[in-house]
Design a protein around this ligand. Structure first.
Ligand code: PGA
Length: 250
């Protein structure tokens, strides 16, 4: 399976900036010999349609949404449904990002509901897990990952493993410039792999595991070659086309 190189634009960019960035990115990703890479951008809602329309046919790039509410429709003021996202060509959704868990108080239960709802609706999902600094210092890394990954036991046994990827993002490395070291990434990804196999059987052995947290053009190549490393999820360094292209092709 291809390495999944994902961008999370968070709450940045207007529509024109998004279109310009995708245009530039497509130029940079066209005609490369790295055929084992698949790129993905989690764009703000208002940028999804324009970003998608700007993709050149030959470039393996998809657009996803950073959030949605797990209900078909209803009285949910301010929320957006999976159906609305499909209409504007979002193919992927991000679930369980630490900013959603901490800033917006998304519970384990809500995160699980979103995971199952999105997969049932035919979306592909990047499912984020990761420990806070306090949890790491208290020796709770494995426990936190196991708890967060338990939701995967409820997904269909027939899941197409190209449709779900787990992003291990230590909370202390997100937006801090403090990237996890290779040993820390390998250790955590081994724990994630073990939990995936426990919860998903043989499908868990194939599911892609991404690393996220201060990935930059100068550290991406070293990260991507580690064991159990099938891609990255990039925030800050994904906003500029050139910087993200360097990461995608690292
Ligand atoms: P960062 O963000 O690359 O800016 O650390 C990663 C993320 O939030 O997914």
């Amino acid at each position: 399976m291809k390495k999944l190189m994902a961008a999370n634009w968070k709450m940045y960019k207007n529509q024109n900036e998004a279109e310009d960035t995708v245009n530039e990115l497509c130029k940079l990703l066209q005609n490369t010999d790295k055929n084992d890479r698949e790129a993905l951008i989690f764009a703000p809602f208002t940028c999804i349609a324009k970003a998608h329309a700007a993709i050149k046919n030959s470039v393996p790039l998809s657009i996803g949404a950073q959030n949605f509410y797990p209900a078909k429709d209803g009285a949910f003021t301010g929320e957006i449904s999976a159906h609305m996202l499909r209409e504007i060509q979002a193919a992927w959704v991000l679930v369980g990002h630490s900013e959603r868990r901490s800033v917006f108080n998304e519970s384990l239960q809500l995160v699980e509901e979103k995971l199952l709802f999105a997969l049932n609706e035919g979306f592909k999902v990047v499912f984020c897990v990761g420990e806070s600094l306090e949890e790491r210092e208290a020796g709770k890394l494995q426990q936190v990952l196991e708890t967060q990954l338990q939701s995967l036991q409820h997904i269909s046994k027939d899941i197409n493993t190209e449709h779900v990827a787990v992003a291990y993002e230590p909370v202390w490395a997100i937006g801090t410039g403090k990237v996890a070291g290779p040993d820390e990434i390998v250790e955590a990804h081994a724990m994630v792999r073990e939990a995936l196999i426990k919860n998903m059987g043989s499908k868990g052995a194939e599911t892609r595991i991404l690393y996220g947290g201060s990935v930059k053009p100068d550290n991406a190549a070293n990260i991507i070659k580690l064991d159990n490393e099938d891609g990255v999820l990039v925030g800050g360094a994904s906003l500029q086309a050139e910087s993200f292209a360097q990461i995608v092709l690292a």
